[in-house]
Design a protein. Structure first.
Length: 195
């Protein structure tokens, strides 16, 4: 390996590690304007339940507060299924993810193996020029378009399909989207069919 190729390999890995270094399921003690996260149970949960594996909040000022809850992560040999919920408390009218300043395309990371997983999408790809199309066409149980409205005092239950994690890690880290909290050490339950 040449020094140039080693540099190209190590710099992205270092960037991922630095990015995730601040993500924790522990309370951050930061002001309400910053996303904060706290843990729920870390035991494996029934994937069809309303489990709370991790929970955090994002203060949107006059647009209310978003509570993010990770329900489950299940995986089989081909796919990983992330289930989570977003509850918006407060605000006066339904607003899009874009208008609220939050993202809708999660990233699941296996930090021990330096692997990041993004959702499958109907168009585009996560590399090159296709990122925006991919972001708008994430495959999930709710249309993940930036103009999808989140109503005040309502909960949106979301399921997203991602590639199965390599090596079957016991836990992964999850960032639900831009402006939403990140969580670490979320347990993965392995099943016959995660879809």
């Amino acid at each position: 390996m040449t020094s140039a190729s080693a540099f190209r390999t190590l710099v992205p890995m270092a960037a991922v590690m630095l990015l995730l270094a601040g993500c924790s399921a522990e309370p951050t003690g930061t002001p309400a304007k910053e996303p904060a996260a706290s843990t729920g149970s870390t035991a494996a949960q029934d994937p069809s339940s309303d489990a709370v594996l991790a929970e955090g909040t994002t203060d949107l000022g006059e647009n209310g507060v978003i509570t993010s809850v990770v329900r489950s992560i299940t995986a089989d040999e081909k796919v990983m299924h992330l289930r989570y919920a977003l509850t918006r408390d407060g605000g006066d009218e339904p607003l899009s993810f874009f208008s609220l300043g939050i993202g809708h395309a999660p990233t699941v990371t296996d930090l021990a193996n330096l692997k990041a997983y993004r959702p499958f999408c109907a168009e585009g790809s996560w590399t090159g020029d296709g990122k925006q199309k991919c972001t708008y066409t994430v495959l999930g149980s709710v249309p993940h378009y930036a103009n999808t409205d989140l109503a005040p005092d309502a909960t949106m239950e979301i399921g997203v399909l991602l590639p199965a994690p390599e090596g079957q890690p016991e836990t992964v880290d999850v960032i639900l989207g831009d402006g939403l909290p990140g969580f670490s050490a979320i347990p993965v339950t392995y099943v016959d069919d995660a879809r």
